[in-house]
Design a protein around this ligand. Structure first.
Ligand SMILES: *[C@@H]1O[C@H](CO)[C@@H](O)[C@H](O)[C@H]1NC(C)=O
Ligand SMILES: *[C@@H]1O[C@H](CO)[C@@H](O)[C@H](O)[C@H]1NC(C)=O
Ligand SMILES: *[C@@H]1O[C@H](CO)[C@@H](O)[C@H](O)[C@H]1NC(C)=O
Length: 531
């Protein structure tokens, strides 16, 4: 009887898996068509890698079966396989994966242990190799009032690291952390598990890093002084473009393999249309047309939080008295109309704290206390789709409620934000009582699950020196590493028929081209060589 049951359930399973296989294949086939069609418009082709692919696991999060799987397939788990791999290969990978999992489960703990150690060794995350331009100090540490001694370009970080200004400057300090991390990778005893290392030979590099502290430069020098025609920020941006476009490295790739920092939404404002082929590190795409910045090419980095992290958080659903917390300006310039509407709707609700004081004026301490005493923290689109408030909420373990339709989230290809954030569309949130009913409907159990997850992921949003495994610095480098295969694909494709082109045709465009430019370029070349 039991046997028959098992047999019939096996049949069901195999039928199911056959059906599943069939559905997956057809879906992938349809998707690939969809992708081809989509790529002819200038829309962001973001849906493929963020929504439909299985999430690659985080290196810190690898369980033994994943390690095994990667080992068997003998290929790195990073990379934009959506484009590179065809349907059958994907299926094959999946099957091998699930078989391996079963195998791993059947093994005795001892062998399992040995093998996992072994595969961990083979599978050690390969650091991203980064070539960094020795830009003059005025582009980086000089902006921190560091004075170079003699001909040096970089500070000696073993003796003293220049201080980055505090306050709200810090929220965009990504440039500082990435650069110091690269410098640290060259120390005689580099820290283990670095996600990126600096290489001096550009032909060995995966990517070329442009160490311009553009956000700090914007914050400090975007005003034009009385006796100047241009602000220092504009001058430096133009100088940077001159520097880059004169370099062999840039000419060879048109900038495709360059990594440029522009975390402050207004940084690099003057020259972003000239640097469009490069991968940009941004906070969101709010002030960028999609042919200059998009999810496919660029990397979204978190803001550095300004409130204190909640260490040893022993709070729970009942001990946090405030249901919903928001602190920030209620009137914003563009796109912030929802704030005022929500304020009017929520201000008289019980347990809702809606304060119009800015973090700066009201004090960081007040915001820290407020968020640590709240179950949910509101994040509403302001001038731009993103703000540091989300990251303040995360480190306060206050479940973020995100009302910002255009927001892009850091490392979303490896992190499922729905596990610890609540999302509401703006048009829904503006319906009478929608939001408050929605939030009140989330009970103790669900909230606690999200709170636990917040404590798990908060380290991914922590910037520090020296960087630690799985922190924001390393997560950003890994996100950059996942862009590299697509970058190389673009470059290599564009070179296929380059010998048959005239010199003029060979030169790379100087104006922003559509997202699908590289594909188009190839098609033009193919057409030409067929004629
Ligand atoms: C993976 O291996 C470690 C020991 O290396 C063991 O403690 C852990 O339980 C294993 N995890 C799974 C999911 O098998
Ligand atoms: C740089 O690396 C390439 C490829 O590995 C090698 O051929 C070349 O000799 C290296 N150049 C220098 C100056 O070491
Ligand atoms: C957190 O808890 C640990 C261990 O109980 C303790 O050593 C540490 O001082 C606590 N930190 C804070 C900020 O309370």
């Amino acid at each position: 009887m039991a046997e028959r049951n098992a047999a019939s359930s096996l049949k069901v399973v195999s039928r199911k898996s056959f059906l599943w296989l069939f559905t997956m294949t057809s879906t992938l086939f349809l998707l690939s068509w969809f992708f081809v069609l989509r790529s002819t418009s200038t829309n962001r082709p973001d849906f493929i890698d963020s929504d439909f692919l299985p999430n690659p696991k985080l290196p810190t999060d690898l369980d033994n079966s994943t390690l095994e799987k990667d080992n068997l397939n003998d290929e790195p788990s990073i990379g934009n396989r959506a484009i590179l791999v065809n349907t059958e290969e994907t299926e094959a990978t999946r099957k091998t994966g699930s078989e391996t999992e079963t195998l791993a489960q059947n093994q005795t703990p001892a062998t399992n242990d040995d093998e996992s150690k072994c595969s961990r060794k083979n599978d050690a995350v390969v650091p991203l190799k980064v070539f960094m331009y020795d830009l003059p100090p005025e582009f980086h540490f000089g902006l921190l009032d560091w004075k170079p001694l003699g001909n040096t370009v970089w500070p000696d970080i073993t003796t003293q690291i220049p201080h980055y200004p505090g306050g709200l400057n810090l929220q965009h300090s990504i440039e500082f952390w990435l650069t110091t991390d690269l410098l640290a990778s060259e120390l005689p005893e580099p820290r283990s598990a670095g996600a990126a290392i600096r290489v001096r030979n550009v032909s060995e590099a995966d990517i070329i890093f442009v160490p311009f502290f553009s956000s700090l430069c914007y914050n400090r020098h975007s005003k034009t002084n009385k006796h100047e025609k241009k602000s220092m920020d504009s001058v430096l941006q133009e100088k940077l473009v001159q520097f880059l476009t004169s370099r062999e490295e840039w000419k060879r790739s048109g900038g495709v393999d360059h990594l440029i920092l522009a975390h402050h939404p207004n940084s690099m404002l003057k020259v972003r249309t000239k640097l469009w082929p490069s991968t940009l590190i941004l906070s969101d795409f709010g002030r960028y047309p999609s042919n200059i910045a998009n999810v496919e090419k660029d990397v979204i980095a978190p803001y550095k939080h300004v409130v204190k992290s909640y260490v040893n958080d022993s709070s729970n659903f009942d001990s946090r008295p405030i249901l919903l917390y928001f602190q920030g300006a209620i009137h914003r310039k563009d796109g912030g109309h929802a704030r005022l509407a929500l304020y009017n709707m929520l201000k008289d609700e019980k347990d809702v704290h809606f304060s119009s004081g800015s973090v700066q004026k009201g004090g960081i301490r007040q915001a820290t206390e407020g968020m640590q005493s709240s179950k949910f923290c509101l994040n509403i689109a302001g001038d731009t789709p993103s703000s540091n408030r989300l990251f303040d909420a995360i480190v306060s373990h206050c479940v973020p409620v995100i009302i910002s339709d255009e927001i892009e989230l850091p490392y979303e290809d490896v992190l499922d934000y729905s596990e610890f954030c609540v999302f509401a569309r703006t048009r829904d949130a503006l319906k009478r009582n929608y939001l408050i009913t929605f939030i009140r409907s989330i009970g103790r159990e669900e909230w606690t699950r999200m709170w636990e997850k917040l404590k798990e992921v908060e380290a991914m949003f922590e910037f520090q020196y020296p960087s630690k495994e799985g922190d924001a610095v390393q997560m950003i480098w890994q996100a950059v590493a996942r862009r590299v295969p697509a970058m190389k694909l673009k470059l290599h494709r564009s070179r296929r028929y380059v010998r048959s082109l005239s010199k003029k045709e060979r030169s790379l465009p100087t104006k922003p081209a559509p997202v699908n430019y590289w594909l188009e370029r190839r098609n033009v070349i193919v057409r030409k060589s067929a004629a």
